[in-house]
Structures are given as C-alpha cells and as structure tokens.
Ligand binder design. Structure first.
Ligand SMILES: [Zn+2]
Length: 413
C-alpha cells in the first residue's frame, strides 16, 4: 500500500519545547510494508520517503500508534501519532487515496491476516520514484515530443506549442487525469471525435491552429460534463455547429478571429457561460436564444453587424407540419437515441439541421423568422461592440403565438 501525498513529520518533543519544525509539508511516498525479522516473524512499518529522507524513515505500527486523527479525512487530511519516536505524521493528499491508506492501516492494527493485504516491500526508492509521478509536460520544440516514451497516465497538464503539430496525438486522448490541454500555435485541422477517456478535462486551448471541423462527438460526448474553458481563437471555422451548445459546463468561450457568419442558434443554452468573445468574424446577427445569456464579459467587436429595422423577415408557418418534421420533432423532444451509422445520411443531416424556437420546440421548415433589437447591457455586465448598444437578434419561431411574443418582448421566454 503506497500513498503519494504532502507529509510533515512533527517531532512532539521539540514542539513541546517551543521548537517547532519548519512545518512544511513535503511531497512524500508513504508506504505500509513489512520487513522479515530474524525469528521468522515480520514487522510492519510505515515508511516515509522523500527528497530529504531518501533511505526512508520507518515507524513500527503494531503497538506503536497512539492515535489516528481523521476529523478532516474528507479533505484528504489525517495525522498519525506514534509513541516512539514521538512523531506526528501529518498527511495531506487525495481524499480517496488517504482513505484507502487508512483502511489498510486499520486492517493491520486490528490484527487481520497481514499476508492477505497488499503491502509494499520496504525498499529505498530510486531518484525517479522520489520525484513522484509526472504531472506536467511542456513541449516547445519538436525534439522534446515524447514520440517513443509516450505520455504518462499521471499527467494533469499538457502544453505543446509551436511545433506544427498536425493532429492531436491519440495517446493524449487517453489521459484520464488530464485537466488542462494547451495546443496553441500548431496546425491542427480537426478537433477529436472521441474524447470519452478525458474524464477530467476542464481547459482546452487550441487557439492559432487551422481548425475547421468540430465533430459532434467532441461536444456531445464526455466533454459536455467537464469542459469549462474552450479557446478556438484564430482558426478557420466557418460554421460553429449547434451541438457546440451541448458543452453545458462552459464558463469561458473564445471564438475570435475565425470566419463565422453566425453564432449557433442554441447559444443561450450555455447557462453557465460568463465570458464570450467572438471579435473579428463576419457575424451579422445574434441568435434569438442570446436573450437567455447572463454574461460578465461579452466582446463581439469588429463584426459587420446588420443595422436594419426590426421586422418579421419571413413567415412560412403552415397549420400542420409535414410528417417528416413531426416525426423528427418527436426524436429530438424525447431524446430518442440514434446511431449515425443506422441512418440515411439525408435523414441524419435533416435531424442535425434542427433549430429551436425560443420556446425550446425543435423546428425545421414550418417556421417564421423575425428580427428584434437586443440591448446588449441586458445580457452582459461588460460589453464591447465598437460602441454599439443594441444589435439585431434573429430567431426562428414555431408558431404565430411565439412570433408575437418574440416581437413584443424577446426576454419573455
Ligand atoms: Zn415556439
């Protein structure tokens, strides 16, 4: 049983004489292990190894633990008080790892058959082991790219910049502990379809690449649960697919300097979004759902905003939708699962071209389109838009009732 955590070994005798240690926790390996004794018995120890204790400091366990403090164990903190030497082992690590360490310790103390427990061999650690698992990787030159060594599973941060990387390495997409991935200034064209193994990825920066395709799997899969920051600035994106709005945890979204002519219709579904920047594109209108946004910062400067009058642009509303639209509406409304490979491509394209009325109803052809003025100050506390205070927002509406409501007050939905 081994734990890698911050550890401080406090000498109680010194502390009681007013001489506290440096009280600094050091990254250490804490192992529970056994050592054979001459009489054939085995003694069980806790061994702490770190850069200052390379050989490892051993504390016998049986009959030598005065108390184990577990009040803060949910925060990953615990203190083990030994009788001899008079030391307190203050541990702060990952709560789950600390708990499982303590449960092994408890089994040892309760005299359970130690042969059955997985205990470590109490060997001094190598320099590499003492340095601890590798968490961060930075590559700034092609020669630093770990072509052969690969990427250790322990990595939480990967930064690969300016090496003309043409696609994202599949091995990176398997890093389950990765929280931050920075691939700025490369030549990546397509975002990955399968990110299911990236269960902790929160920050993705792919600014200054050549991205022009954002596959459905990228936004509709695992990343929709974890991704809070996405930077797509300076790429070649012409169309931001509506499924991007399934990235429900997004707080910060940068899409400046692309070739967008519009923002996705369901943008307003990003209910956690606080920062949105989309400067230097070719956007003319904001989507109707924008009225639902509550941002702290909105920068949409340098776009060719349409400044025409508010009006009903088109009205193709018919009493009843055709059969295709009615059934597609059921598929989307009831979230009926479908596999792209089971579908005719035309049907798949039709389903994916869905728009939503501000009332949330899925719509296709049986729609009216209207344009109203949106006061930017109502959706963001800080606004930059070349001095413009209001912008045309266009929406597709499902019925005469929704059309009337939208024209009178787009915030009414
Ligand atoms: Zn509607």
């Amino acid at each position: 049983m081994k734990l890698y955590a911050n550890v401080d070994i406090v000498n109680r005798r010194l502390a009681s004489h007013g001489m506290k240690g440096n009280n600094k926790k050091i990254k250490s390996h804490v192992a529970i292990g056994k050592k054979p004794l001459e009489d054939g018995q085995k003694e069980i120890f806790i061994m702490v190894s770190n850069t200052q204790q390379r050989q490892g400091m051993k504390f016998p366990i049986i009959g030598n633990i005065e108390q184990v403090f577990t009040r803060l164990v949910n925060e990953g903190k615990t203190t083990i008080r030994f009788k001899e030497p008079e030391n307190d082992l203050c541990i702060h690590g990952d709560p789950i790892e600390v708990k499982s360490f303590l449960s092994v310790l408890k089994k040892v103390l309760s005299g359970q058959d130690v042969e059955k427990l997985t205990l470590s061999a109490l060997q001094p650690l190598s320099n590499k082991q003492i340095a601890g698992p590798k968490r961060k990787l930075t590559v700034a030159k092609r020669s630093e790219y770990p072509v052969k060594e690969g990427f250790p599973q322990t990595l939480t941060h990967v930064k690969i910049n300016g090496i003309r990387l043409a696609k994202i390495d599949k091995r990176i997409l398997k890093l389950m502990n990765l929280t931050e991935l920075d691939l700025m200034e490369n030549e990546i064209e397509i975002l990955p379809e399968d990110c299911e193994a990236l269960t902790r990825l929160s920050i993705l920066n792919v600014a200054s690449n050549k991205i022009n395709v954002i596959p459905r799997g990228f936004s509709a899969g695992q990343l929709s649960n974890t991704l809070t920051s996405l930077n797509l600035t300076s790429n070649s994106i012409k169309l931001l697919p509506n499924h991007v709005c399934q990235l429900a945890q997004l707080v910060s979204f940068h899409i400046d300097e692309n070739e967008l002519t519009q923002l996705p219709p369901s943008l307003g579904n990003l209910s956690k979004l606080k920062i949105l920047t989309a400067t230097n594109n070719k956007i003319k209108f904001l989507p109707g759902s924008s009225a639902a946004l509550r941002l702290e910062k909105l920068d949409i400067s340098n776009n060719p905003w349409d400044e025409s009058q508010a009006r009903v642009v088109s009205n193709k509303l018919t009493g009843v939708s055709n059969l295709l639209e009615l059934s597609a509406c059921q598929v989307i409304t009831h979230k009926i699962k479908y596999e792209p490979e089971d579908m005719f491509p035309q049907l798949l394209r039709y389903l994916e071209s869905v728009m939503f009325c501000p009332c949330k109803k899925p719509i296709w052809n049986n729609v009216a389109r209207a344009m109203v003025k949106l006061q930017l100050a109502r959706i963001s506390s800080s606004v930059s838009c070349n001095g413009l205070k209001e912008i045309n927002m266009d929406a597709f509406l499902c019925s005469s009732k929704c059309l009337k409501t939208f024209v009178n007050n787009p915030f009414a939905f």
